[in-house]
Design a protein around this ligand. Structure first.
Ligand code: KIV
Ligand code: ZN
Length: 500
């Protein structure tokens, strides 16, 4: 492949993404994410900022040991001790990169450093030279390059390349640039920096004005060949450019003739993993990985997609690892959409039965915003899981204010009884812990939603749950007037889908 067409994907989920309050991971979780990024095909993993904490240092060491082919990168300021510590943390990396840099905009020079352009330029060069003593691969970032005067930026970039920088990162740290302006900045460097061909230009765009991906694409179309991204676009404030958007833009727009090494059908899986480990839900309408990204709800769109996917879809959901588009059934859905969903659920109806089912469906859809698979199965009289291998035999829970919640559970597994008792952080947690004691598997409850069907205190609660097991996601459902029982049954419903 012509190296000019190859776009390097630099993932900073574990550094810029992990800086987000509440998204912190422990070392084991970071290694898990790093391995998933390796499988996804990213070229560089920014594993942390080693001088910032012993935890970050340790994570860079462990990720370096665990990951084989991507380059492992460690962040530093333009400070000797930061660089020395980063080099130490990278000692086990098969390919290690130090990422050092300094603010170059007048905002940073005057207010953050109380310094001058000349002194900042000197510090930039010294930092790169010092980093070169430890590793060959040194990346320099000009923080707030988005608001840095282009002429000065070009001087800094030229000087750090002369000092040995192999990659020059042009961050739009504040997410301020317009796409055309950011593209022009990259072009300015391509045209004005002596020796620019000796380094790779990188983009690192933040999303404060919702333009991170657009800015990244403009940067690449003007000569950048490394995109700095995160899974689900997580990162400081409004986040960073998202990996999945960049990868799918170049996959969809073949005419741009830019290729990445991303195995796109691993995108969805990796997105879910990062979202669940970092406790950071993905907005439903997020491009590529949002729950609704491939969900068609209008009757006209549904009919069009069923006749030919490309009528309303530019990406085949399977290309990002989603089984197929989900047709969301609502009061606007047509008979064809209902028939298709029943077919996916393994139910084939005669024309008369379909007509009857469609009539009941419209009545239910008038009362309920969207209709799920369980509703449909109930509509056509086929309840899920009647032959389930694992059934809840009994459940007893003690809970209350000032009391430790405790649950006793008995499961019927293929007609044999198993009992367990456990405490938990609330009655549902206690019940789930007790079930986990019987089913010895590493299962994680990812999504848990309780819905009321009517409005009284004798209401039936519907529980929807997603359980992660060995990287796959299983959906469980139940309805019961006792929401703890409904939760336990939904958990068991999900387990029945992978325990055979
Ligand atoms: O946004 C930014 O400028 C950064 C640098 C440290 C690369 O994250
Ligand atoms: Zn950043």
């Amino acid at each position: 492949m012509d190296s000019n067409n190859r776009l390097y994907i630099f993932d900073t989920t574990l550094r810029d993404g992990e800086q987000v309050p509440g998204c912190q991971l422990n070392t084991v979780e970071k290694v898990e994410v790093a391995k998933a990024l390796e499988e996804l095909g990213v070229d560089v993993i920014e594993a942390g900022f080693p001088v910032s904490s012993p935890g970050d240092f340790h994570s860079v060491v462990e990720i370096s040991k665990a990951v084989t082919w991507p380059t492992i990168c460690a962040l530093t300021r333009a400070v000797e001790n930061d660089i020395k510590v980063a080099a130490e943390a990278l000692q086990y990396a098969k390919r290690g990169r130090i990422h050092t840099g300094i603010g170059t905009s007048d905002y940073h020079i005057n207010y953050k450093f109380n310094s001058t352009r000349e002194k900042i330029l000197e510090r930039a060069v010294e930092a790169v030279k010092y980093a070169k003593k430890f590793v060959e691969d040194v990346q320099f970032y000009a923080e707030d390059a988005g608001r840095t005067d282009n002429e000065f930026l070009a001087r800094v970039i030229e000087a750090v390349i002369k000092a040995g920088a192999t990659v020059v990162n042009i961050p739009d740290t504040t997410g301020y640039c317009l796409p055309e302006e950011f593209g022009a900045k990259i072009k300015y460097l391509v045209d004005h920096v002596d020796g620019i061909d000796k380094a790779i230009i990188a983009t690192h765009c933040h999303n404060d004005l919702g333009m991170a991906t657009a800015n990244t694409i403009c940067g690449i179309l003007n000569g950048a060949r490394q995109a700095e991204v995160t899974i689900n676009g997580i990162g400081e404030r409004a986040g960073n450019t998202s990996l999945e958007e960049v990868a799918m833009i170049f996959k969809s727009h073949k005419d741009l003739n830019i290729n990445t090494n991303i195995t796109t059908n691993r995108i969805y899986k990796t997105s879910r993993m990062v979202s669940s480990l970092m406790n950071m839900p993905v907005q439903p309408n997020k491009a590529i990985v949002g729950r609704n990204a491939f969900a068609h709800s209008s009757g006209i769109h549904q009919d069009g997609v069923l006749k030919n996917r490309e009528s309303y879809e530019i990406i085949d959901p399977r290309d990002v690892g989603i089984d197929e588009n989900s047709i969301v059934l609502t009061a606007r859905s047509g008979r064809a959409a209902l028939k298709h969903r029943l077919h996916l659920l393994g139910v084939e109806l005669s024309k008369e039965d379909l007509d009857k089912a469609y009539e009941s469906f419209l009545k239910l859809a008038d009362r309920k915003k969207d209709i799920n698979d369980d509703d449909i199965m109930m509509l056509v009289g086929k309840h899920l899981n009647k032959d389930a291998r694992i059934k809840l035999d009994f459940l007893q829970v003690t809970a209350g204010i000032g009391l430790q919640s405790v649950a006793s559970v008995c499961l019927d597994i293929a007609s044999e009884k198993f009992e367990a008792c456990s405490s938990g952080n609330g009655p549902v947690d206690a019940a789930i812990n007790a079930i986990k004691q019987i089913i010895h598997r590493r299962m994680v409850v990812e999504e848990f939603l309780i819905q009321a069907i009517t409005r009284g205190s004798n209401d039936v609660g519907k529980v929807h749950m997603t359980v992660e097991y060995e990287g796959n996601h299983y959906y469980g459902f139940s309805a019961n007037t006792d929401i703890v029982a409904a939760s336990a049954e939904a958990f068991i419903d999900a387990i029945n889908k992978f325990v055979h």
